[in-house]
Design a protein around this ligand. Structure first.
Ligand code: SAT
Ligand code: MN
Length: 588
């Protein structure tokens, strides 16, 4: 008798009509074979799926060039298909589920002809964790199979865990013919199903990531009483050896990976990495909030990564471990067969080809590496990996940090008065857009808890759920807002960021541990400058003060924009959010 899993795979193969079906076991031997296949047999727009890079300087590293239209998430083609449109909310594109399925079935008919269908069984979370979920994804390209192997815990354990049950997350993925007009990422939360066609790009195609671990999981969390969040998780060790754990939400390409691997400029402080993108947060039996990272790899932005900005990431990328590392849409140095991107150490090499494979001409003002060029690497390569990474229970979170990219208005750091105020602080967060999704860069949009593109249900209900989580916790974490991106009158960033962000983290853990006071302002508690460890920083006092300046005129405009945003969710917005809005507006 076939198991529900085997039956499902069988049905999908009847639709997609692949030449072959291959069940992955996640072994190293298999990874090598799939890379060989990607180098020799499979092609995308005429290019081999993988190209071997210089194995001396970049051990185990392979280069991948995407289809030219397939370089970032496509939010306008991403749908959340609840039976009721109101449940999806104005923050999601919506299609009626049966209509969506009809359309997707048509697009999927025969989409794997002549190809292999890879069956990828994997766990999100450590297999021994009570919070882990068993998942299976189908795909038709080795790049996605290898990427999933790096990003998740892929092994037969997932098949064993599923056994004879139907309780697993299902992902159907095909790149089809990469037609950008037939590219859809469809979520069916009630069936725990994601159906993705036409894109091989990270968040569109690695279905364990944004699709399952955020959009579907946030909906599960809403029903089951936990949170799935777009957050890094890190431990901050102080000179006495005490480690305080924090989780931080920031929109894509705003420096989450750099924060998760930060190399401290303050002596005696050290950051330990648990996750760089996604956190599942559950109330523990002791009334604290526990976080696990459901992933096992890092899918980070290459641009700007260097020994100066993120030395631990460079070490991770160069680590000689047995896991493969992928570079996607970087430029290539044809002399040395090495990847190259803007901001990497050293001078610009002479013989570069750009991310599309053409000789690069610096005078033409085009970018050699794509702005959203990425690396995919195992988290086990990281020299800063926390020893708690595989702890099935997760780590207790003392502070939640909510950030965005704002060149004006928002202070370097603010502490919320209490949980309810903290939820409002998250709800009102705005951020300037980045190259991680297909839209204009640098446009301000509201991005509550960095979840706007990832919340799988009505965001008004999501705010309600956050408020409820706070009530469930005997020891709720303190909530902070941060902004590394404020600029001066010349448009230059005031704060150095990167390793210097430890100065802000230190203040946060000093607050959490009751070691320092803070000053009350209308928007929250801010540091007394004397409590910030600023030694060795070459920034004039006026500029530091500027980082905390509260301009009531600008805030009035901001309030209007916040009101407009929150109003969209109508009766779904909980009254507590409006209470906080009114309090703020009165104080200003
Ligand atoms: O969506 S991805 O996870 O591929 C990258 C991002 O935008 O955060
Ligand atoms: Mn992300």
């Amino acid at each position: 008798m076939a198991t529900p899993l085997e039956k499902w795979v069988n049905e999908q193969s009847k639709l997609a009509k692949p030449d072959k079906i291959y069940w992955c076991d996640g072994s190293i031997k298999e990874a090598r074979r799939l890379i060989e296949i990607g180098m020799k047999e499979e092609k995308i727009s005429g290019n081999p799926v993988f190209q071997e890079l210089n194995q001396k300087s970049w051990p185990n590293a392979y280069f991948h060039r995407s289809h030219p239209t397939d370089v970032a998430r496509t939010e306008h083609l991403t749908y959340v298909c609840h039976p009721d449109k109101d449940v999806a909310g104005p923050n999601n594109n919506w299609m009626e589920p049966s209509e969506a399925k009809k359309m997707m079935a048509k697009l999927s008919d025969g989409c794997m002809k002549g190809k292999t269908m890879y069956v990828l069984p994997y766990m999100m979370g450590h297999p021994d964790s009570p919070y882990a979920k068993a998942c299976v994804q189908l795909t038709d390209v080795s790049y996605v199979a290898i990427s999933m192997r790096i990003m998740t815990r892929m092994s037969k354990k997932a098949v064993d865990r599923i056994g004879n049950s139907d309780d697993f997350f299902k992902g159907f993925h095909s790149v089809r013919d990469f037609d950008p007009n037939k590219r859809f990422i469809m979520h069916f939360p009630d069936e725990r199903l994601v159906w993705s066609i036409g894109s091989g790009y990270g968040g569109n195609a690695l279905l364990g990531k944004k699709c399952f671990s955020l959009r579907i999981a946030s909906w599960l969390g809403y029903q089951e009483g936990w949170l799935a969040e777009h957050m890094v998780i890190l431990g901050i060790e102080d000179p006495q050896g005490k480690v305080t754990y924090v989780a931080a939400a920031m929109p894509s390409a705003c420096g989450k990976t750099n924060l998760a691997m930060l190399e401290s400029v303050l002596p005696g402080y050290k950051v330990w990495t648990i996750g760089d993108d996604i956190a599942w947060l559950n109330a523990g039996p002791d009334g604290k909030l526990y976080a696990i990272n459901p992933e096992a790899g890092l899918f980070g932005v290459a641009r700007g990564t260097s020994m100066k900005t993120n030395p631990n990431m460079m070490r991770t990328l160069k680590a000689d471990k047995f896991y493969p590392t992928l570079f996607t849409n970087t430029a290539l140095n044809t002399n040395t067969n090495e990847p190259w991107w803007d901001g990497i150490d050293g001078s610009i090499p002479k013989n570069l080809i750009d991310w599309q494979g053409n000789p690069w001409d610096a005078s033409k003002n085009s970018k050699a590496a794509h702005a959203n060029s990425r690396f995919t690497v195992s988290i086990y390569n990281s020299p800063t990996l926390s020893k708690e990474f595989d702890n099935p229970r997760g780590v207790p979170i003392s502070a939640i940090i909510l950030g965005g990219k704002r060149t004006h208005l928002i202070p370097l750091v603010t502490e919320a008065f209490d949980w309810q105020h903290g939820v409002f602080l998250g709800a009102r967060t705005g951020s300037e857009t980045t190259a991680a999704a297909m839209h204009k860069e640098g446009v301000l949009r509201r991005d509550p808890m960095a979840m706007l593109p990832f919340c799988g249900y009505n965001m008004g209900d999501y705010f309600k759920h956050w408020l409820g989580m706070g009530k469930k916790l005997k020891h709720p974490p303190k909530i902070y807002s941060v902004n590394w991106f404020r600029t001066d009158d010349n448009g230059d960033f005031i704060w150095p960021g990167f390793g210097d962000n430890i100065r802000v983290l230190k203040w946060i853990i000093d607050r959490v541990n009751g070691n320092v006071g803070a000053n009350q302002t209308p928007i929250g508690m801010i540091p007394d400058i004397k409590d910030l460890a600023l030694g060795g920083l070459d920034i004039p006092k006026e500029k530091i003060e500027k980082l905390f300046e509260i301009n009531s005129c600008e805030w009035k405009e901001e309030l209007q924009d916040i009101e407009k945003f929150i109003t969209q969710f109508g009766k779904h917005t909980p009254p507590e959010i409006w209470q906080e809005y009114d309090k703020l507006s009165k104080k200003l």
